[in-house]
Design a protein around this ligand. Structure first.
Ligand code: FAD
Length: 517
């Protein structure tokens, strides 16, 4: 379905002819490819009718109003990493890549204000020059630094740098029907330092368990909390991609991978480390993820995995310590030693080796190896995404999927890599988030269904029957309608929010919730 000419012309008048296209060459470069298990062919999600590149909030607002007026939909994206496709015809793309400025870094009040196409890699580099650091979405520092663009905005640094829901400060938002809302202190004082006021707060409206994934208008500027950084203004990098690492571990930093006899001991260690607030990062990577993080090809991946898995005693996590002074560093290391003794932790030797350790340190702080950690070796990846709640609760929830994974590995349906769940600690153990990752090459038409389909069904059943809360894979009408009745009918309220702020359903919301009756 091509756009009516008068509609195309109206959109073009807003952004200029240089910044709109319906050329198939441009349109075809946007959809996310999906390989069909049945035929092995690549297929694509529905195409956008046109691609637009607005340059500022005024243009975004004008496009949104036109879409509402002409009964078409729009979908915004920041970097376009994931969840950015339409599910049907009649939708235009709002690619925000021209909105790429860091607007403010406030060193005194410790916040940063960005537009959507600033990536974390840029923001973090600028912050480090000023003795500051930010949380980085675990998807990678290649993703938008807007805390509202990421799915949840959890990441490797969440132990000390929290995540989107908590870091979000003032915000500029073009609602589904084109109103500009200046949320928090921005609305009342024209300042960015607070997301909640003075005045009423809308933080619970613009995001809940996850962000609206494009289904509730467009976020055009956002402020987020930033944190102290005791490391160098620049990392001393050497080598050529993918083999580049810092030439030394900066003073005051230490990285270890600790493994435990069982999950109870691991939980005890995470709690003690959290209570003592000694960790800069604490990420529950299993040995397969550590191997992939270090490896630059599949052969290396398998080699490291064998090496690491022979040297651990059970589930584990990666921990980084950052000392604010030499004394603080010595103190934190000593506390960690005591906790290791108390919980029987083993340290993985290759990570202690500075040659390897400095590479890990860099990749985890700059978050540059997420794709390596999640998607390689077989070509297909997937798994179960848990929620964000008490660390032990989320560990127990995701452990269920790890038992299922073990069964699937025994049946030869998955790559035989670590079956320990991957649980990450947030805000020094205040909360946790768990996932289990799988890798496989589909061998037959029903392979995906037997693996991912079964994991999804079981994960939903476990979450609902076991009262584990709403996991973060829950988006779309189907899933919200499944979970809502077990969770105070939240889905009815979410739908009311959608109807109120996007009455014409212009903001494409297949990954959020629709206003259906
Ligand atoms: C390997 C891998 C690992 C991942 N790990 C994590 C993780 O650890 N933590 C996590 O939170 N997520 C993770 N994700 C999920 C998700 O892909 C990313 O959070 C997100 O896509 C990051 O890219 P982005 O911030 O540039 O947003 P985009 O990819 O551009 O967009 C993401 C969603 O937000 C919407 N959106 C983007 N910008 C705007 C805007 N300005 N206004 C309105 N809507 C907008 C889009 O429509 C889309 O639905 C991961 C994904 C992959 C592939």
């Amino acid at each position: 379905m091509a756009l009516e000419r008068d509609v195309y012309k109206a959109l073009e008048d807003v952004v200029g002819p240089e910044n709109i296209s319906e050329d198939p060459v441009v349109i075809e470069s946007y959809p996310f490819p999906i390989r069909k298990a049945t035929t092995g062919e690549d297929t694509y999600l529905p195409r956008f009718e046109a691609i637009t590149l607005p340059k500022d909030t005024a243009e975004v607002q004008a496009l949104v109003k036109l879409c509402n007026k002409h009964g078409i939909q729009y979908k915004a994206s920041s970097t376009g990493w994931l969840y950015c496709d339409p599910t049907g015809p009649g939708c235009i793309k709002m690619d925000l890549r021209r909105m790429n400025r860091i607007l403010e870094i406030n060193e005194k009040s410790m916040y940063a204000v960005v537009e959507p196409y600033v990536i974390y890699g840029q923001l973090q580099a600028e912050l480090m020059k000023r003795g500051l650091n930010c949380n980085v979405t675990g998807a990678g520092s290649n993703c938008s630094a807007l805390p509202l663009a990421a799915h949840v905005n959890l990441g490797h640094l969440s132990q000390s740098g929290s995540y989107g829901e908590r870091n979000q400060l003032a915000l500029e938002w073009v609602t589904g029907d084109g109103e500009i809302v200046r949320m928090g202190s921005l609305g009342s004082l024209d300042e960015w330092f607070c997301g909640d006021g003075p005045g009423p707060s809308l933080r619970g409206i613009i995001r809940g368990n996850t962000v609206p994934l494009g289904g509730l208008g467009v976020f055009t500027k956002a402020a987020q909390k930033v944190y102290h950084w005791a490391g160098p203004a620049r990392f001393p990098m050497e080598g050529v991609c993918p083999n580049y690492t810092p030439s030394y571990i900066p003073p005051g930093f230490m990285i270890r991978y600790l493994s435990f006899e069982n999950v109870d001991k691991l939980i005890e260690a995470v709690q003690k480390i959290g209570e003592s607030e000694i960790a800069f990062e604490l990420m529950g990577f299993n040995t397969a993820m550590m191997a992939s993080n270090a490896a630059t090809d599949n052969e290396e991946d398998i080699k490291y995995y064998k090496q690491f898995s022979e040297q651990v005693q059970g589930p584990g996590f990666m921990i980084e310590i950052m000392g604010n002074s030499p004394r603080d560093f010595e103190y934190k290391k000593r506390v960690l030693e005591i906790i290791m003794e108390e919980t029987g932790a083993w340290s993985l030797k290759p990570v202690e080796d500075p040659e390897m350790g400095r590479g890990f340190l860099w990749r985890f702080i700059r978050t540059v190896a997420s794709i390596r950690e999640t998607t390689r070796a077989t070509g297909w990846g997937g798994g179960t995404v848990g929620g964000t709640d008490l660390f032990p609760l989320m560990t127990r929830y995701i452990q269920h999927s790890s038992y299922l994974k073990e069964d699937l590995v025994k049946q030869g349906l998955l790559l035989d890599d670590a079956c320990y769940p991957f649980v990450q600690s947030i805000e020094h153990g205040h909360t946790g988030h768990g996932e289990i990752l799988i890798r496989y090459t589909p061998q037959s038409p029903d392979h995906i269904e037997r693996v991912q389909g079964m994991l999804d069904r079981e994960a939903n059943k476990t979450a609902i029957e076991g009262r584990f809360g709403v996991p973060q894979h829950v988006w779309s009408d189907k899933l919200h309608d499944m979970y809502g009745p077990h969770t105070c009918n939240y889905h009815l309220w979410l739908r009311k929010i959608k109807k109120t702020f996007d009455p014409n359903q212009s903001s494409e919301s297949s990954n959020y919730i629709t206003a259906k009756e």
